[in-house]
Design a protein around this ligand. Structure first.
Ligand code: NAP
Ligand code: ZN
Length: 346
């Protein structure tokens, strides 16, 4: 067993405290990772505040993990000591169902084991990346390309793959008109992926505050949703809308922006259900969909794609004792665009 320092919350909305936990003894396929950086995803806040229900406390959030391989189990072949590696939202799956076999472990029929706020197949709670060390089976560890700094790579492990995967699945590319709703941790990466894939990219943000940066990131146009004229100007315009917003939206307004056969894909995950009028779908054979992160093979592909296309998150590094304050700032949208914890400060 390896003792490790962590940042944990004892119950929903509790302040973070420094404690220690034990990571399991290395099994033959396990890797012990010395964590260097851990991103702060809005899902960490939803979870630590128990907005989705069923939270397992005490909780150690964090699923944008990057570090160095410190030790490997006897049968590990994928990595060796010293390799730069990452772990995202999942740490195990059954490996046998049709989705696991397709490399879409996130939809495992047995239930994927999430990096934290979940239970492994032995029933033990999982603890995430706000931690100095973690033990993960090699199949759920990815390699970080040399050109990506470890702190920059960290948000790609969730925010990157969560936006790359649906853009690819719904064929964002040349000739497609794609809207990205919300310019946060996910949204600012989605703009870069959709642009690199060749789509015409429109950003829909509440205000004009992020306009210059969104255009620099690759947006072709930018509209403020606080201006009702936006919804008339863009009526029936998009093939695909990727909603990255952490709160409920007026879904009918966004559906009205889709062309016939267009799709509104939700990756944002507010705690309360959305509402919409079914006529917003009928009138244009439109679809509403959702997408959960992405599989391990696609995560590696996304990292390589990011390295190749120079795609990188804009980050602000915080210390372990600033995480509570960082949560407050994310809730105020006062972050450009992702906080990353320097784990050496733990
Ligand atoms: P974030 O950094 O807080 O960004 C969310 C953005 O949504 C904000 O920057 C803001 O953009 C917009 N927004 C916030 N509150 C709003 C409101 N009340 N009305 C309208 N727009 C609002 O969060 P994130 O880390 O990118 O995560 C976004 C969501 O995705 C969260 O719900 C998270 O749990 C979810 N998520 C889902 C998956 C998945 O697998 N599906 C994976 C990761 C995260 P503007 O200022 O530009 O309007
Ligand atoms: Zn996340």
């Amino acid at each position: 067993m390896t003792q490790t320092r962590v940042l944990s919350v004892s119950h929903a909305k509790a302040p973070f405290e420094r404690t220690t936990i034990q990571r399991r003894e290395l099994r033959p396929h396990d890797i012990l990772i010395d964590i260097k950086f851990s991103g702060i995803c809005h899902s960490d806040i939803h979870s630590a505040h128990d907005e989705w229900g069923g939270g397992i406390f005490p909780m150690v959030p964090g699923h944008e993990i990057v570090g160095l391989v410190e030790a490997v189990g006897t049968e590990v072949t994928k990595f060796t000591v010293g390799d730069r590696v990452g772990v995202g939202c999942f740490v195990d799956s059954c490996g046998e169902c049709e989705y696991c076999l397709k490399g879409e472990e996130q939809y495992c029929t047995k239930g994927v084991v999430q990096t934290y706020n979940s239970r492994d197949y032995d029933g033990n709670p999982t603890y995430g990346g706000y931690s100095q060390k973690i033990v993960v089976t090699e199949g759920f560890v990815v390699g970080i390309p040399d050109v990506l700094d470890m702190n920059i790579a960290s948000p790609l492990l969730c925010a990157g793959i969560t936006t790359y995967s649906p853009l690819k699945h719904w064929n964002a590319g040349p000739g497609k008109k794609v809207a990205i709703v919300g310019v946060g941790g996910l949204g600012h990466l989605a703009i870069q992926y959709a642009h690199a894939m060749g789509a015409e990219v429109t950003v829909l943000s509440r205000s004009n505050d992020k306009k210059d940066e969104a255009l620099e990131l690759g947006a072709d146009q930018y509209f403020a949703t606080s201006d009702p004229a936006t919804f008339t100007a863009l009526a029936s315009h998009f093939d695909l809308i990727l909603n990255t917003v952490s709160a409920n939206l007026d879904v009918d307004s966004y559906l009205s922006l889709l062309r016939v056969d267009g799709t509104l894909v939700n990756v944002g995950a507010p705690g309360k259900p959305d509402q919409y009028n079914v006529f917003s779908l009928l009138m244009g054979r439109r679809s509403i969909a959702g997408s959960l992160v992405g599989g391990i093979r696609e995560t590696q592909e996304m990292l390589d794609f990011s390295a190749e296309h120079g795609i990188a998150p804009k980050i602000e590094i915080v210390h372990a004792d600033q995480v509570g304050e960082a949560y407050e700032r994310v809730l105020r949208s006062d972050v450009r665009y992702r906080f990353v914890i320097d784990v050496s400060t733990l």
